[in-house]
Write a protein that binds this ligand. Structure first.
Ligand code: FDA
Length: 319
């Protein structure tokens, strides 16, 4: 991971920088680039607009590593409202959640109870949930909570609730974790991994991260994965890897539409449009809420393009 990216991750974790940045109206442009808006309504409006262009969404209420019970309760109620509002517009009922925003920092039981409430909200809004369309997608955070997150996914699935899970290919353990998920025909979102993990738990160089992603993608596109009903979601903006996945999926008889690509709202819109035009399923991670800075600054760290964009916003203030 580049030094610049690690610096942005440190900024994202700083409460004082976040408080300062979120009070600055001149930074609204940065928020607007990556976040649909502060309210449920703004997320739904954006989801409807994207739906009209053939792009599905997974709504996400901003906030991470929360310990304040009031904020945890707010995350659950905001995301539940978004789930109901999205369903009323006949869109995929899909929401993403970070376990640490709904109580994992407090204890696993609180987190599980909140996740269950959200998964039940999905089920109430989509009583016959379609695999690959309607689910509560559980995000994956730092390596200290990987076990708890996988346990949560397994427990809710065993209760018959519509849940999916994110897997980070950069972790050394992931290949083994995938085996368990393949057996159960889960909906699995594959990401490279966005945290600054040490070399004891994850690969660190860009080349290694890319090759691990390719290896995991091949597992998700294997014949046994297809036969067990796995729904793979490849969450990457890397057009070379995306093209390789399409070639591989064709070679292994995965019909177009039996897997999807996921990207972040505001990132590589050109690539999103191109994939939709080629008949592929594209889902965007669509954040909403007032607590936008940690999320947006992580995006700035991920790409020189976004860094240039942030510099333009800051430069406008300076002139
Ligand atoms: P990578 O960083 O390897 O760069 C490849 C190319 O993609 C770049 O050359 C550039 O063109 C383009 N690109 C990448 N990021 C860009 C950006 N922000 N702006 C513009 N261009 C960009 N991580 C995690 O640890 N846990 C999670 O739960 C999730 N969830 C998640 C959901 C979804 C829908 C997505 C898309 C991503 C995540 N991630 C995540 C983040 C993920 O782990 C990873 O850090 C980012 O997707 C960046 O990796 P890429 O493969 O996209 O591009």
């Amino acid at each position: 991971m580049a030094l610049w990216q690690e610096s942005m991750i440190r900024l994202a974790l700083s409460d004082s920088v976040t408080r300062f940045a979120q009070r600055q109206a001149w930074l609204d442009g940065l928020a607007g680039r990556f976040v649909s808006g502060p309210t449920v309504e703004s997320a739904v409006e954006r989801a409807v607009d994207l739906g009209g262009r053939g792009i599905t969404t997974s709504v996400f209420y901003l906030g991470e590593y929360v310990t304040d019970p009031t904020k945890t309760a707010r995350a659950v109620s905001q995301l539940s409202s978004a789930i109901h509002a999205i369903a009323s517009r006949y869109l995929d009922v899909c929401a993403s959640v970070d376990p640490t925003q709904i109580g994992l920092m407090v204890d696993e039981a609180t987190c599980a109870a909140n996740a269950r409430t959200l998964a039940r909200a999905v089920l109430a809004a989509a009583p016959q949930p379609r695999h690959g369309h309607d689910a509560l997608m559980i995000d994956m955070e730092d390596a200290s909570v990987t076990d708890a997150t996988l346990d949560l996914h397994r427990a809710l699935r065993n209760e018959g609730l519509p849940v999916a899970v994110t897997i980070q290919s950069y972790l050394h353990r992931t290949r083994a974790d995938l085996d368990g998920l393949l057996d159960s025909g889960a909906w699995v979102r594959l990401v490279k991994g966005a945290l600054a993990e040490g070399s004891a738990v994850a690969v660190r160089s860009r080349a290694d991260r890319d090759s691990r992603f390719r290896e995991c993608a091949a597992v998700l596109l294997s014949r046994s994965a297809r036969e067990s009903g796995v729904y793979p979601a490849f969450a990457t903006h890397d057009h070379r890897i995306i093209n390789e996945i399409i070639t591989q999926a064709d070679a292994h008889d995965w019909p177009t539409g039996s897997y999807e690509f996921e990207m972040l709202y505001g990132v590589r819109s050109d690539l999103q449009r191109d994939l939709v035009a080629r008949g592929h399923r594209v889902r965007l991670y669509l954040p909403f809420g007032a607590d936008w800075f940690p999320y947006a600054i992580r995006r700035v760290g991920e790409s020189p393009r976004n860094l240039r964009f942030a510099a333009t916003v800051i430069g406008r203030r300076a002139t």
